[in-house]
Design a binder for this molecule. Structure first.
Ligand code: ATP
Length: 355
C-alpha cells in the first residue's frame, strides 16, 4: 500500500531565482513526512515536482526504485489534496470522488463500491448525494481527501490541506488525518508552515529555508536538538541569549558559566543559548544539574491554561517562564519585583550556532 521515495540533488530555478538547490531526501514506505518552512522556502515547488506538475532543472526522483522525473502526473499513482479543495462545484460528492476512477476507466459497479469505501474512510457516507456547495469547509476537505484516496494511491501529497479551516476543526482534522494515515499506511508528504501541525502529525519533518533543507529529523529531535538558530526559532517559542561557547561543553553567559549536555554547537566562539519558557524552573535551593540565572520578576501574564512569568536577567534580556495553572500554582509563584533564581537543566540547555 506504500512506496518509498528517493530524492537526489534536486534543483529548480525560475530565471535567475533559485527556488530549490541540493535537495536530498529519503522517504520510507508508509512514512508521514512534512515539509515545514516559511513562505517562499520552496515547499510547494518540491511537492509539485513530486506530483509531476513541475519539472526540476536537475536531479532525480525515484519511487520504489523507478525514476519518475519524466513520468506525467496521471501515471504516477499519486493522490493530491490542496488547500483550496479544488472540488468540481457542479458535481455532487459522489461525482467528485468518482472522478479519478472515471479518468482511469474503472467499471461503473466498481466505481460505486470504491466511492462508498472512500467516503466511509472520511466519515462522509451519508453525504454521498449532496452538492459540494451544501458542505462546510471541513466536509469539503474530507471530500477532497476521499477523492485523493479513492484510487488507493501508494503516495499522497498534501499542500496545506487544513489551512482554510478554523483552529478547532483544524486540530480535530490533524488527528483524524494522522489516524487515517496510520490505518491506510500510504506514504504521505505534507506541506505546512504551521510548526505545531508538523510536530503533531509527522514521523519526520524537513525544515526548509530559502530552497534548502536545514534539518530533517523526528519532531522530538527537531524540537529538542535544533540544528541551528533558524530551526530553533521556527519551532516553538524561544529566547536566544548570546554566549561564548568553549567548543567542549561549557559556555559563558554574561560572565556566568553555563553547562550543556545538549550542544548543537559548531566550533568555538559566539553561539546562542536557546531558552524555552516551559524548560525554566524557579529554584529555591541547591538542586543538582541546573544552570542558574538570576533576575527580577518583571511581569506576570495569565493565559488561561498557563501563566507566564517574565524575568529580567543581568544582561537586560527578558526570559519567560511558563507554568500550567493547576491548583496551587499561584501561591507558589514569585511576585513582580522579587529577585529569583531561574534553573535551566543541563539536558535542556541547547546551544546552537547562529543561523
Ligand atoms: P508558501 O508557504 O508561501 O506557499 P512555499 O514554501 O511553498 O511558500 P514555493 O511556492 O515553493 O514556496 O515558492 C518558492 C519560491 O519560488 C518563491 O520565492 C516563489 O516566489 C518562487 N516561485 C514559485 N513558482 C514560481 C514561478 N512559476 N515563477 C517564478 N517564481 C516562482
Amino acid at each position: 500500500m506504500a512506496n518509498p521515495i528517493t530524492i537526489r540533488s534536486v534543483r529548480k530555478t525560475y530565471g535567475d531565482f533559485v527556488a530549490l538547490e541540493g535537495i536530498d531526501m529519503d522517504i520510507a514506505a508508509g512514512e508521514f513526512m512534512t515539509l515545514l518552512g516559511p513562505s517562499g522556502s520552496g515547499k510547494t515547488t518540491l511537492l509539485m515536482i513530486l506530483a509531476g506538475f513541475t519539472r526540476p532543472d536537475a536531479g532525480s526522483i525515484q519511487v520504489a526504485g523507478q525514476e519518475i522525473v519524466r513520468t506525467p502526473p496521471h501515471k504516477r499513482d499519486i493522490g493530491m489534496v490542496f488547500q483550496n479543495y479544488a472540488l468540481f462545484p457542479h458535481m455532487d460528492v459522489a461525482g467528485n470522488v468518482a472522478f479519478p476512477l472515471k479518468l482511469r476507466k474503472v467499471a461503473r459497479a466498481e466505481i460505486e463500491t470504491r466511492v462508498r469505501r472512500a467516503l466511509a474512510q472520511v466519515q462522509l457516507e451519508s453525504f454521498i448525494d449532496r452538492g459540494v456547495d451544501q458542505l462546510s469547509g471541513g466536509q469539503r476537505q474530507r471530500v477532497a481527501l476521499a477523492r485523493a484516496l479513492v484510487f488507493e494511491p501508494k503516495i499522497v501529497l498534501m499542500d496545506e490541506p487544513l489551512s482554510a479551516l478554523d483552529k478547532k476543526l483544524r486540530e480535530e482534522m490533524q488527528i483524524e488525518l494522522k489516524h487515517l494515515h496510520d490505518r491506510l499506511g500510504m506514504t504521505t508528504v505534507y506541506v505546512t508552515h504551521d510548526q505545531r501541525e508538523a510536530l503533531t502529525m509527522s514521523d519526520r519533518i524537513a525544515v526548509m529555508c530559502k530552497g534548502a533543507i536545514r534539518q530533517l529529523a523526528t519532531p522530538r529531535d527537531i524540537y529538542d536538538r535544533p540544528a541551528d538558530q533558524f530551526v530553533a526559532d521556527f519551532i516553538g517559542e524561544s529566547t536566544f541569549l548570546p554566549v561564548e561557547w568553549d567548543g567542549r561543553g561549557g559556555a559563558s553567559l554574561a560572565g556566568s558559566a553555563i553547562a550543556s549536555s545538549n550542544p548543537q554547537a559548531a566550533g568555538k566562539g559566539r553561539h546562542f543559548l536557546l531558552v524555552r519558557p516551559e524548560k525554566l524552573e524557579f529554584l529555591n535551593g541547591a538542586e543538582d544539574g541546573y544552570n542558574r540565572i538570576s533576575g527580577t520578576v518583571d511581569e506576570i501574564i495569565f493565559q488561561g491554561e498557563a501563566v507566564l512569568v517574565y524575568v529580567r536577567i543581568g544582561d537586560g534580556n527578558r526570559l519567560a517562564v511558563r507554568k500550567g495553572t493547576r491548583q496551587g500554582v499561584f501561591t507558589s509563584l514569585p511576585e513582580v519585583g522579587q529577585t529569583v533564581t531561574l534553573g535551566l537543566h543541563r539536558d535542556d540547555t541547547i546551544i546552537v550556532p547562529e543561523m
